[in-house]
Design a protein around this ligand. Structure first.
Ligand SMILES: C=CC1=C(C)c2cc3[nH]c(cc4nc(cc5[nH]c(cc1n2)c(C)c5CCC(=O)O)C(CCC(=O)O)=C4C)c(C)c3C=C
Ligand SMILES: [Fe+2]
Length: 420
C-alpha cells in the first residue's frame, strides 16, 4: 500500500465535456467511460469543464485498501454518519453501488451528474458547487456501523466482526447521542473544504429516502500526519500533534496495527480496518489561562519544538519515566499499553460558541486500527482514568465502524465483500 502516498499525482489531463456526463440517471455511462480508462487522466478530450479535473492532485480510488487511511492527510474534513432508513437489502446494495460510482467520479475531480445542462423540469443531478475546483486530493472512505449487523435487518448478523465492539462508557464521557453512532459513515478528506462538503452532499442527495444523515462534523487543520517527513501540524492547544503516528509508508506497521488480516476472523474485512471517531471538546478558555509549564507537563513534550521531556528534538525517542506520571504522551505510549498502537487521523473543529461565550472547539479524533479491543480501548481506558489532559477536555461524541477493504476496479463496489 505503499503506494497510496506516492501514487498521489496530478491528473494533468483534460476532462470530458459536461455533456458526456448525462446526469445521475445517465451517470453509468460517464462512470463506464472513466472506469475504462482507470482514471480521469485517461478520459482526455478537454472541454468547458476542464478546470474541475485538469489540475491538482487526485488520489487513486481503486486499491487494496481504501484511501483516506494510510494516504497522506489532507487539510480538511467533512465526516458524516448515516442512519439506514430502507429495510430492503437490495435497495441498500443498489445505493452502495451508486455511491461507489459517484465516489469514483468525485475523487477524480468530476461531477456526478449535470449541474446546469439537464432537463429544466428536473433537479440538477450534481449540485454544482465543486465545478471548477481541482480534485484537491479528495478521498472518500466508507465504514459500516454495528447497527447494520443487527438481527432481522439485512441478514448480516452472522457477519458482524467480533472486533466491532460497542464501546464501553469511559470515565468522564459525556456523550451526546445525537452526535454518536450511525449505520454507515463516510469520511471525506480534501485540501479544499468545498470539495469535501460537496462530496458528502452528493452522497446524501443520492441516498435520499434510503439513508439520512445522523450527524456530521467539519474539520480543519489536520492534527495528525501519516507522512513523518512533513512538518507536524499543531492542534488547538498549540502543540505539535501526530509526531509519533503510524507512517503511511511503513507497510510492516500498517499490516501489524492497521489492516485487518486474513486470519483475523472476518474474511470479508481482510484489507480493511476499524475506525473509532470521538468528538472531543476542549475547554479552550481554561487551557488559555494555564501556565506554559503546566501545559508542557500535561503532554510531556515542550510546546515549541515538540521534544519529549529531557530531549531536545521532536523525533527523539521519548523517555517515559522522565515525564510526570499523568502526562498524556507517557500514558498513550505503546509501552504503557501492552504495545497498543493506532493510526491517528484527526482534525480540529470550531463550531462557533456554546451560548455561554465559550468556543465550542476541540479535536475530532479519528483512529484506525486492526482491532479496536487491542487499539483504542486499552489506550482510552488508561487515558480516561489517569490523563492530566482530562482537566481540559471532554469526550462528547463517539462512533465505531468496520471499514471494508479497497474497491479493486471498475466492477467492484463499497461493501461487495460483505453483501455479495
Ligand atoms: C485513545 C487515544 C487517544 C486520544 C483520545 C487522544 C486525545 C488527544 N491527544 C491530544 C494531543 C496529543 N496526543 C499526542 C500523542 C498521542 N496521543 C495518543 C492517543 C490519544 N490521544 C497516542 C497513541 C499518542 C502517541 C503516543 C506516543 O507513542 O508517544 C501528542 C504528542 C505528539 C504526538 O506524538 O502525536 C499530543 C500533542 C489531544 C489534544 C487529545 C484530545 C483532545
Ligand atoms: Fe493524544
Amino acid at each position: 500500500m505503499t503506494d497510496q502516498v506516492s501514487q498521489e499525482s496530478s491528473t494533468g489531463a483534460g476532462a470530458p465535456s459536461r455533456r458526456s456526463v448525462l446526469g445521475w440517471g445517465g451517470a453509468g455511462l460517464a462512470i463506464g467511460a472513466a472506469a475504462a480508462g482507470g482514471t480521469v487522466a485517461a478520459l482526455g478530450g478537454g472541454s468547458d469543464m476542464a478546470p474541475a479535473a485538469s489540475a491538482g492532485a487526485a488520489v487513486p480510488f481503486h486499491g487494496e485498501h481504501q484511501s483516506g487511511i494510510a494516504s497522506a492527510v489532507q487539510d480538511r474534513l467533512h465526516f458524516a454518519a448515516f442512519d439506514v432508513k430502507t429495510k430492503n437489502r437490495d435497495e441498500l446494495v443498489r445505493l452502495l453501488k451508486e455511491w461507489t460510482a459517484a465516489a469514483r467520479l468525485m475523487t477524480a475531480g468530476l461531477p456526478v451528474g449535470d449541474a446546469y445542462e439537464g432537463l429544466p423540469e428536473a433537479p440538477p443531478t450534481d449540485t454544482g458547487e465543486a465545478l471548477g475546483l481541482k480534485p484537491s486530493r479528495l478521498t472518500l472512505t466508507i465504514g459500516f456501523g454495528p447497527g447494520l449487523f443487527a438481527k432481522d435487518r439485512f441478514g448480516l448478523e452472522g457477519k458482524r466482526p467480533e472486533a466491532l465492539v460497542d464501546l464501553e462508557a469511559f470515565p468522564g464521557d459525556n456523550l451526546d447521542q445525537a452526535r454518536s453512532g450511525g449505520d454507515l459513515c463516510v469520511q471525506a478528506c480534501a485540501d479544499d473544504p468545498q470539495v469535501a462538503v460537496h462530496a458528502i452532499r452528493q452522497l446524501a442527495r443520492i441516498g435520499f429516502g434510503k439513508v439520512a444523515v445522523r450527524w456530521s462534523q467539519l474539520g480543519f487543520g489536520k492534527t495528525s500526519s501519516t507522512t513523518p517527513d512533513a512538518q507536524t501540524p499543531r492542534n488547538m492547544m498549540g502543540f505539535k500533534d501526530g509526531t509519533r503516528n503510524v507512517s503511511g509508508t511503513d507497510t510492516a506497521a500498517l499490516d501489524k496495527h492497521v489492516w485487518v488480516g486474513a486470519n483475523d476472523g472476518s474474511a470479508w474485512l481482510t484489507g480493511g480496518s476499524y475506525l473509532v471517531a470521538r468528538r472531543i471538546r476542549m475547554h479552550i478558555e481554561t487551557w488559555d489561562r494555564t501556565s506554559l509549564q503546566e501545559q508542557e507537563d500535561v503532554f510531556g513534550r515542550d510546546k515549541g519544538e515538540g521534544a519529549p521531556v529531557g530531549k531536545s528534538k521532536e523525533r527523539d525517542e521519548p523517555f517515559l519515566k522522565a515525564m510526570k506520571p499523568q502526562a498524556h504522551v507517557r500514558l498513550a505510549h505503546p509501552d504503557s499499553n501492552d504495545g497498543a498502537t493506532i493510526l491517528r487521523r484527526g482534525y480540529s473543529f470550531t463550531d462557533g460558541t456554546d451560548g455561554l461565550g465559550r468556543l465550542d472547539a476541540g479535536l475530532f479524533f479519528l483512529a484506525y486500527q486492526r482491532d479496536v479491543r487491542k487499539g483504542f480501548i486499552p489506550i482510552q481506558r488508561q487515558l480516561a482514568k489517569n490523563d492530566a489532559l482530562n482537566e481540559y477536555i471532554q469526550h462528547v461524541g463517539s462512533a465505531v465502524f468496520a471499514v471494508p477493504p479497497g474497491v479493486r476496479d471498475k466492477d467492484d463496489w463499497w461493501g461487495r465483500t460483505l453483501f455479495a
